[in-house]
Write a protein that binds this ligand. Sequence first.
Ligand SMILES: [Zn+2]
Length: 261
Amino acid sequence: MFRSTVTTATRRVCLTSFVRGTAITKPIRSYSLLPRTPSTLHRRTTPTFVWRRYESSGANPSAKSCPSCGAPLPTNLPACPSCFEIQPLPQDASLYEIMEIPEDVRFDVDEDLLKRNFRQIQRVIHPDKWSSKGPGAYELAAEMSSRVNKAYKTLLNPYTRAEYLLQKEGLEISESDGVQDPELITEILELRMAVEEAESQEDVDEIRAENADNIKVVIDNISTYVEGGNWEAVKRETIKLKYMQGIDAAAEAWPNTANNH
Ligand SMILES: [Zn+2]
């Protein structure tokens, strides 16, 4: 009766083990290969959470449940708010996987979805909720929470999102990487000076609006180049975006950043 439920793979393992003289009498469960902290080692009795990977075609729609109590999981994280089983977040988890954002080879992120997921995830893994839930639980939740914050912020801002995608492709933006196009350099410098010399909020708003139009064009370009896998062009546009965001930040902080105040 028991044998009929054993999978072919398990049966093969059993056979091999039998040949070696170490017959296994029950199916093998998969356990995490991640290093465990000593405090959680002794209580590890449940199988690990299945980490949801996102395929290029979009989110994996299969529902997930807690390996400990079977309750449906509200997030993609290895943390169950029903029985308070919590396990380390895989070190190589992508920011998209953490935030449950479909990781197509696309740049555009649904901001509303990102914000919604962030609120939901933080509700589940707020460290205070886990402080009395067994040894190591608070630390795991705190570590998870901090990685979720970082993932959220990185994906929300188009510049850091592009920088992250570039890093994944092995391309870093360094301090010495500047804008190459002389015309654009002039435009950026002019806008920068215009902010510093602005005399009214109206002036500043006008500069911000012009800059926002430029930002929109650059973001569209990044999106197109990401889609086409043209990473050198993505890098070039991302550097532009950095300067344009700098202008926007200066305009937002006006009059504190202005020279004449
Ligand atoms: Zn559970």
